[in-house]
Write a protein that binds this ligand. Structure first.
Ligand SMILES: *[C@@H]1O[C@H](CO)[C@@H](O)[C@H](O)[C@H]1NC(C)=O
Ligand SMILES: *[C@@H]1O[C@H](CO)[C@@H](O)[C@H](O)[C@H]1NC(C)=O
Ligand SMILES: *[C@@H]1O[C@H](CO)[C@@H](O)[C@H](O)[C@H]1NC(C)=O
Ligand SMILES: *[C@@H]1O[C@H](CO)[C@@H](O)[C@H](O)[C@H]1NC(C)=O
Ligand SMILES: *[C@@H]1O[C@H](CO)[C@@H](O)[C@H](O)[C@H]1NC(C)=O
Ligand SMILES: *[C@@H]1O[C@H](CO)[C@@H](O)[C@H](O)[C@H]1NC(C)=O
Ligand SMILES: *[C@@H]1O[C@H](CO)[C@@H](O)[C@H](O)[C@H]1NC(C)=O
Ligand SMILES: *[C@@H]1O[C@H](CO)[C@@H](O)[C@H](O)[C@H]1NC(C)=O
Ligand SMILES: *[C@@H]1O[C@H](CO)[C@@H](O)[C@H](O)[C@H]1NC(C)=O
Ligand SMILES: *[C@@H]1O[C@H](CO)[C@@H](O)[C@H](O)[C@H]1NC(C)=O
Ligand SMILES: *[C@@H]1O[C@H](CO)[C@@H](O)[C@H](O)[C@H]1NC(C)=O
Ligand SMILES: *[C@@H]1O[C@H](CO)[C@@H](O)[C@H](O)[C@H]1NC(C)=O
Length: 510
């Protein structure tokens, strides 16, 4: 049963470890210049986004990356950061939010909004509880770079009552072995909790964690310091920091250890879980069973001195979660546990076909004032598709309608529109578009072409006559010249309107 598949890994490999800073981008949103914090380089965000306004918080903050935000108006449906990535690499993406009352005294509570990664709805961003306690909120996920760029977008929803914002955005390349039992072509991981058990100090992160993952303190009445740790973390595929093996939850008595973890009540979903164990005293074996909410997760785990991780790929959970470690009869001591990671497994939402994305980027470039939400993935998530774009259903996501009627557009229509070969409708009427009508003959599915009430000039391309599916061509009130192509005049089943141009032959009576 793949849902319950789990693995035991006894580390013996020796991978190459380096203490160089994590690779990727650490983006300080709304900052006007870069900064270095704890050995990590942060860069300003202007080159990654074209919407929103940088704002400085007026309240004091603990970390300088929180002192400024990029704030977005309630106008654009989504606002996206686009970052150059290595296709095929696996990225830890982390967003950080600290409101700081930036929307003024009328809005003491932070706005609630959505975050999107590529074409996938990632989560609701609700920082209310953390903010009330004076804390920033962070979200972390692990996603594959499926193209040359990745986007993270702030999405507005019906519950968004004031301007959304973001404080920081990080893209960190993870080693290939991390979380590699997950099929990242179809799934992403959304962090629920990553804890160092029995540890009460500040969050463990870089340089202890070479990828700057956060391991939060987690104490319980069975917290203890490990007497001595002899763990080489290089053998663990997930490369946890050594420091997590210096503390533990555990009991020397032959008794069960039970605790609630993660502390949040979970939505009904499937989870990637990795639990880390190391026995600090080889002469007293600890052997126990692991259960989650009473369901056996692993049997007869004999924790070794060099450490062991037990992970599950897609483990179903719902509501509060209790972990129980029960010693077996021939164990000499009680159970222990050093750390745990749990991620919700997210099914990826899919992406618009690259051909259409590239073409739309060119169409956007040739328009002087494209709609504000024309960034990120054009079709996905479906409730966040670009204004004026309608897309096909199914695994291959294509753009089928381009409808920018009466949008006050100027500029021209890029010839790249002809690359969007699934288009059946182009409606651009009542704008101020100028330039020539491009050759659209590659659009074999095109049924309606509405370019009326614009400033298109030049000749009507005769190649339009070769599109057999074409039913309507509205060209009235433009600045077109030359003759109406003979293969359009009187084409059966075609409605052609051409009045209000400078065409040299009289319009046909259709
Ligand atoms: C924010 O403060 C910095 C100096 O700390 C300043 O350079 C920058 O212009 C300010 N930005 C805004 C949007 O006021
Ligand atoms: C945000 O969180 C607060 C506190 O948990 C909750 O009361 C509120 O309903 C949430 N808002 C939305 C829109 O989910
Ligand atoms: C995960 O990475 C480890 C270490 O590189 C490798 O031995 C293992 O085969 C990988 N597993 C998968 C499923 O790719
Ligand atoms: C640990 O805490 C639990 C409740 O969380 C309690 O039932 C138990 O008696 C405590 N154990 C010790 C040794 O204090
Ligand atoms: C572990 O050791 C640290 C100091 O190294 C100490 O502050 C902490 O209280 C100890 N924790 C436990 C559970 O003994
Ligand atoms: C740690 O392990 C090495 C070999 O793996 C061994 O030589 C050494 O004695 C161990 N140290 C402790 C404190 O157990
Ligand atoms: C959780 O979801 C699964 C599949 O969607 C469903 O079969 C199951 O009944 C749900 N469990 C609960 C407790 O709602
Ligand atoms: C390891 O366990 C043995 C047997 O239980 C005990 O005698 C010894 O003191 C322990 N060593 C440490 C360092 O705790
Ligand atoms: C547990 O593992 C240790 C080696 O780490 C071994 O000596 C011992 O026999 C094992 N115990 C059981 C019950 O398998
Ligand atoms: C320890 O007990 C378990 C069952 O509780 C059994 O499967 C295992 O074989 C035992 N190991 C030894 C070395 O007796
Ligand atoms: C897209 O259109 C441009 C300009 O019309 C053309 O040069 C290019 O080859 C097309 N690309 C594809 C993938 O069709
Ligand atoms: C129409 O085109 C002619 C030349 O082709 C140009 O002089 C004129 O300004 C254009 N009119 C409009 C309304 O764009």
């Amino acid at each position: 049963m793949s849902l319950f598949s789990f693995f035991l890994l006894l580390p013996f490999l020796s991978l190459c470890l380096s203490q160089t800073p994590p690779k990727g981008f650490l983006i300080d949103c709304g900052a006007s210049s870069g900064s270095e914090i704890n050995g990590l380089q942060w860069i300003p965000d202007a080159e990654f986004i074209s919407t929103g306004t940088p704002r400085n918080l007026t309240t004091p903050v603990q970390v300088s990356t929180l002192s400024n935000v990029r704030s977005f108006s309630l106008q654009g449906k989504k606002n996206c950061y686009v970052v150059q990535v290595y296709r095929g690499a696996r990225y830890m993406v982390r967003t950080t939010y600290y409101y700081g009352g930036i929307n003024g005294p009328g809005f003491p509570s932070p706005p609630v909004f959505d975050q999107i990664v590529d074409g996938t709805f990632w989560s609701v961003v609700n920082t209310t509880d953390d903010y009330a306690r004076g804390l920033p909120t962070y979200y972390e996920g692990v996603f594959l770079a499926q193209g040359k760029t990745m986007s993270v977008c702030i999405g507005l929803n019906t519950y968004t009552e004031s301007d959304p914002f973001i404080s920081a955005l990080e893209f960190v390349i993870l080693a290939d072995s991390l979380y590699n039992s997950t099929d990242f072509n179809s799934f992403g991981l959304k962090l629920v909790s990553r804890d160092s058990f029995g540890y009460s100090g500040p969050t463990i992160r870089y340089p202890d964690d070479q990828f700057d993952r956060f391991w939060e303190p987690f104490v319980h009445n069975n917290s203890a310091n490990a007497s001595s740790s002899n763990v080489s973390v290089s053998g663990f595929w997930n490369l946890p920091p050594e420091k997590i093996f210096q503390t533990q939850l555990g009991s020397d008595q032959l008794e069960s250890l039970e605790f609630s973890w993660p502390q949040a009540s979970l939505p009904n979903s499937t989870y990637y879980i990795a639990l880390y164990f190391a026995n600090s005293n080889g002469s007293s074996p600890r052997i126990f069973n692991i259960a989650m909410n009473g369901v056996t997760y692993y049997r007869d785990l004999n924790v070794t001195v060099s450490g062991v991780v037990v992970f599950a790929n897609r483990w179903p959970l719902f509501g509060p979660t209790t972990i129980t470690l029960t010693p077996v009869a021939n164990s000499t001591k009680g159970p222990l546990i050093n750390a745990g990671e749990i991620f919700e497994v997210l099914t990826l939402g899919g992406r618009t076909t690259t051909r259409d994305v590239t073409a739309l980027e060119m169409v956007k470039e040739s328009l002087q004032n494209p709609p504000l939400d024309w960034n990120g993935d054009p079709c996905m998530p479906r409730q966040y598709s670009w204004t004026g774009i309608t897309c096909s259903e199914g695994p291959r996501i294509r753009v089928v309608t381009l409808n920018l009627k009466s949008m006050n557009l100027s500029g021209s229509l890029s010839p790249y529109v002809a690359n969007m070969t699934a288009l059946s409708n182009i409606w651009l009427g009542n704008n101020s578009l100028s330039g020539q009508i491009p050759d659209l003959s590659s659009l074999k599915m095109l049924e309606t072409l509405h370019l009326e009430d614009n400033r298109f000039s030049g000749e009507i391309p005769s190649s339009l006559g070769n599109i057999s599916s074409l039913r309507e061509v509205f060209l009235q009130n433009n600045n077109l010249t030359g003759q109406v192509p003979s293969n359009l005049v009187g084409k059966p089943g075609l409605t052609l309107t051409i009045s209000g141009n400078n065409l040299s032959s009289p319009p046909p009576a259709s």
